[in-house]
Design a protein around this ligand. Structure first.
Ligand SMILES: [Fe+2]
Ligand SMILES: [Fe+2]
Length: 213
């Protein structure tokens, strides 16, 4: 664990680097190799509880981003895959497993809210800026139905004979929505933007994602 003095020194040198022109801050998600800012964040977190929570979230989002090669669309693809896997676990439950069903519905809710937040705050606005408004509006409209399914499953008796029927419909919606993003909209958009814009979208999306952890 860092001492108070080490932390002060670390913070001071971080400020100095920032003053001396343009080195990355601890909040920079844009590339993977530099662990200095992350260690600085973790050292600060060891001293202050809030900082620890911030550092934990930073680390979680950073690891997910690295696993996807720091590419916004690959991060979203991995999230689609993980969500569909959770649906499959839920579909394999039976009517007696009400506690497990309730837990899995909550897990889906957290994952889908984070995912939608990243897309709605960064990716869809960027699509609209690039004149992809029709697709952005269509996708955001479908997110409304995602919330409706979540509301319904959350409030439905978990041993209802209709439960798995609705889960299956919900999974189909997510699968076709994800397919449209992955196979049509995102590859086309990515082909139109510069590497700089691409990196910016990844960095902004990671910042928004972190808020939802
Ligand atoms: Fe989406
Ligand atoms: Fe998505």
């Amino acid at each position: 664990m860092a001492t108070r003095t080490e932390t002060r020194d670390s913070n001071r040198s971080e400020r100095k680097r920032n003053r001396n022109g343009g080195e990355r801050s601890a909040f920079d998600f844009s590339s993977g190799g530099n662990t200095g800012p992350l260690l600085g964040a973790l050292a600060a977190g060891a001293v202050i509880g809030v900082g620890a929570n911030w550092a934990r979230k930073f680390l979680m989002q950073k690891s997910a981003s690295l696993a996807a090669g720091n590419e916004w669309d690959e991060i979203l693809k991995l999230e689609h895959k993980a969500t569909l896997a959770t649906f499959d676990v839920l579909l394999a439950t039976d009517d007696s497993e009400t506690g497990k069903r309730a837990t899995l519905v909550k897990k889906l809710g957290y994952a889908l809210e984070k995912h939608a937040h990243q897309e709605e705050k960064v990716v869809y606005p960027a699509l609209r800026q690039a004149n992809e408004t029709v697709d952005a509006d269509h996708l955001e409209h479908e997110h409304g139905y995602v919330k409706t399914f979540l509301y319904e499953l959350d409030n439905m008796p978990k041993d209802s004979p209709q439960f798995l029927v609705r889960v299956r419909e919900f999974r189909n919606l997510i699968a076709q929505h994800a397919q449209m993003e992955e196979e049509q909209v995102y590859p086309r958009f990515k082909g139109e933007i510069s590497e700089e814009q691409n990196k910016k979208i990844t960095a902004l999306m990671n910042k928004e994602g972190m808020k939802m952890l």
